[in-house]
Design a binder for this molecule. Structure first.
Ligand SMILES: O=C(O)CCC(=O)C(=O)O
Length: 288
């Protein structure tokens, strides 16, 4: 047993591919992160197009802003950098992955505005940033209470043990699973991660997950930090352009890559601008 987790929690994470830790952050920290998020989102009132901070929805206008994502939050404000590096999140990952070294990959705040917030189609994270082994995953910090009505994250327990699906359609990276794979999701097993603000959930980067649109009158904002074990080496260049990419948040730089031998399809090359799952999935829907 570690300092933060019981052996049962570690076993459950290995078996199910995800773990929820309710009320992980204290109310003061949550309030600071929320206030900073509100301040960054206010910037949308001065924008007509996506920039390097805010990913705007196609319906956005400065008068009625609709933001899908805040890119690279640790680059935008020290409170986000602290959550990413200074908080106990990385210590939890050390216990889950049984490693002393944890490396940061990228972060984002996924924003689902009241009534207008978009669904995130079923996908895995591995096709977006494949690594040399599977000790890679995302930690979501809930900035608002989340449930089925405002688009809480949904997961398919155990799906991290299955295949990594192709997230391309022909020569287009669509950032979602193919229809034939979605049709096979055992819907009776899907879990909606209903949790109060300040909680975290962690998922393995092979886990099948997604979320519904926000049909409620409450926002759903989720701060997602993505990490790997130190010896899980990214197999493609970073597509988010954060200055923190590759930071060792615990332990030392690895001397060896731990490799699983298997073929892995790569995502598109970086463009110099932060990549967005919303843009990939939106383009795919528009082309249908
Ligand atoms: O915001 C969500 O509900 C899901 C986000 C997600 O899976 C992603 O951004 O990769």
């Amino acid at each position: 047993m570690g300092r933060h987790l019981t052996q049962d929690q570690i076993d459950a994470f290995r078996e199910q591919g995800y773990l929820a830790l309710p009320n992980f952050f204290d109310p003061e920290t949550l309030a600071r992160v929320r206030a900073t998020t509100d301040r960054l989102l206010e910037g949308a009132r001065r924008l007509t197009a996506t920039n390097h901070v805010l990913d705007l929805d196609a319906r956005h206008t400065p008068e009625a802003p609709i933001v899908n994502r805040i890119f690279n939050p640790p680059d935008q404000d020290p409170i986000f950098a602290w959550v990413m590096q200074g908080s106990a999140i990385a210590d939890v990952l050390c216990e889950l992955w049984g490693t002393p070294s944890i490396k940061f990959h990228h972060a984002k705040v996924n924003v689902k505005g009241a009534v207008v917030g978009n669904a995130v189609d079923w996908h895995q994270d591995a096709p977006f940033h494949p690594h040399s082994n599977d000790d890679a995953g995302s930690v979501g910090m809930l900035l608002d209470d989340a449930d089925a009505t405002n688009g809480a994250m949904q997961v398919v327990p155990g799906s991290h043990k299955g295949e990594i699906y192709d997230h391309w359609e022909g020569d287009k990276f669509v950032g979602r699973m193919p229809d034939r794979a979605v049709a096979q999701i055992p819907m009776e097993k899907v879990r909606t991660l209903t949790l109060p603000a300040g909680s975290i959930h962690i998922h393995n980067y092979r886990l099948v997950h997604g979320s519904a649109p926000n049909t409620s009158h409450r926002p759903r904002r989720l701060l997602i930090n993505v990490y790997s074990a130190g010896d899980a080496i990214p197999l493609c260049p970073d597509r988010q352009a954060s200055r923190f990419h590759g930071t060792m948040v615990r332990g030392d730089h690895p001397t060896h890559a731990r490799c699983l031998a298997r073929p892995l399809k790569l995502p598109p090359r970086p463009t110099g601008k932060p990549a967005s799952i919303y843009a990939h999935q939106h383009e795919a829907k528009a082309a249908e």
